[in-house]
Design a protein around this ligand. Structure first.
Ligand code: GLC
Length: 422
């Protein structure tokens, strides 16, 4: 009898070993992202005792994160099973990702998300990533300071923003020498492509390369607004803004040292969190416009399963769980991360935590995509050429006219596309 029990115990133990599976998720750590995904991974493990979900923290700047991912992909590494990928990457990374439609649940789940994002993540009929959260550039502004200096509401144009930022900055400097008018993302990386495309699109300057494959960036409206943005550096924006990513801008803003900030929705819940100097003192609005209409860059992140994963079934199940209604709801409420599941925009708990999900709904659904689909698999190169050129203008190495003419040549070489008017 003892012997039988012993063997039974052995079989059970071995069975557990064979069944225990580990899935590693490479995830972002901007703002509250890391703590949010760790808590979600724990919920998955509680519900699935045979599975261990590890979280690998990755660099904050999207360009650096892509560099890291490419190292894993090129080595065909099985170390990472699930990748958090940017909305601009499905085309560039397609060869390393599996079609999620082969796993249970994805065909149904895809119906719940914004169709444009599902389409963005679909390459040759394959769903390469399930949408996780979406992003759009927003203008954060200090309601208390606007009132103090007699302004009725947020600026509608970049010219108005300049005037308001300067007035408030001059006034606040009397008591706070560290105060600035406007902070944004000016480092040489993907974030500058986002800020830059917003300036250009809002000034009727197009979207670098049109969706049908025409290089449009070398035009007077684009040149004008990029020169205008360069004039902010060292006047209404700190000289150091040309080294700023999202978190640099947020840290300065959240310590109460700027009147305006361009950032993504995640900065909303952090700005209102305990210990924030601006809690309850700010609101968000669409970004200002140039001679056209305001433009918000479309951002956001998806979950993809690596072709080199040894546990693609479990990895896919983890991705499906993380992107589910309940999980997106938690992230929306705790982290003001915009859901990609449409129904969550009608969920009263979500709207209470982040009222701007409702009031700025059109900004999110009408956001300006970067030219990643049309230029795949070369989008990263296209973007690098753009942000490098814009950065040169911001740092005074070239004027925008020269920089855009040279950029046009670079883009022709990268894509082989024709040039034309936006
Ligand atoms: C945000 C956006 C992402 C973008 C990045 C640039 O994370 O969601 O799409 O590429 O910012 O910094």
């Amino acid at each position: 009898m003892k012997k039988i029990l012993f063997s039974l115990a052995m079989v059970l133990a071995l069975g557990t070993v064979a069944l225990a599976q580990t899935v590693t998720v490479a995830a972002g750590a901007v703002g509250q992202e890391l703590e949010l995904i760790k808590a979600a991974a724990q919920r998955y493990m509680d519900a699935n005792p045979g599975v261990t979900v590890n979280v690998l923290e990755t660099p904050d700047l999207a360009t650096d994160r892509l560099g890291l991912y490419l190292q894993f992909f090129e080595a065909q590494s099985s170390e990472i099973d699930v990748y958090q990928i940017d909305v601009i990457w499905p085309g560039d990374l397609a060869e390393h990702l599996v079609d999620l439609y082969q796993f249970p649940g994805f065909a149904e789940a895809a119906q719940e998300h914004f169709p444009a994002i599902v389409e963005n993540n679909t390459v040759d009929g394959q769903l390469l990533a399930i949408p996780w959260f979406t992003d759009a550039g927003l203008l954060y502004y200090r309601t208390d300071l606007l009132e103090k200096y007699g302004f009725d509401g947020p600026p509608a144009t970049w010219d108005e923003l300049e005037d308001m930022a300067m007035t408030i900055q001059e006034g606040e400097r009397a008591t706070n020498p560290d105060f600035w008018g406007y902070v944004w993302q000016g480092n040489s990386y993907e974030g500058l492509t986002c800020d830059g495309i917003e300036w250009v699109a809002s000034n009727n300057g197009g979207s670098i390369i049109s969706p049908d494959g025409v290089i449009t960036i070398n035009n007077p409206n684009a040149i004008e607004i990029i020169d205008q943005a360069a004039s902010w550096v060292g006047t209404i924006s700190p000289g150091g803004v040309t080294g700023f990513g999202e978190e640099d801008a947020r840290n300065l803003w959240q310590s109460g040292n700027s009147a305006f900030m361009r950032n993504w929705p995640y900065a909303f819940s952090l700005g209102n969190s305990e210990g924030s100097a601006v809690a309850g003192l700010f609101d968000v609005a669409p970004l200002p416009a140039g001679k056209g209409s305001p433009a918000a860059c479309l951002g956001g992140w998806q979950l993809a399963v690596s072709k080199y994963s040894e546990n693609p079934d479990v990895a896919a199940d983890v991705a499906l769980f993380l992107a589910s209604y309940d999980e997106q709801k938690i992230r929306a409420i705790q982290g003001s991360l915009n859901p990609t599941i449409m129904a969550l925009y009608e969920d009263p708990d979500v709207l209470e935590a982040a009222p701007f999900f409702g009031s700025l709904y059109d900004v999110f659904t009408g956001a300006q995509p970067r030219p990643s689909t049309v230029t795949a698999p070369n989008y990263a190169q296209v973007s690098r050429a753009f942000f490098t050129a814009v950065h040169d203008v911001l740092t005074g190495q070239q004027d925008a006219e020269t920089a855009m003419a040279l950029l046009e040549l670079d883009l022709e070489a990268i894509t082989g596309f024709p040039t034309g008017a936006p």
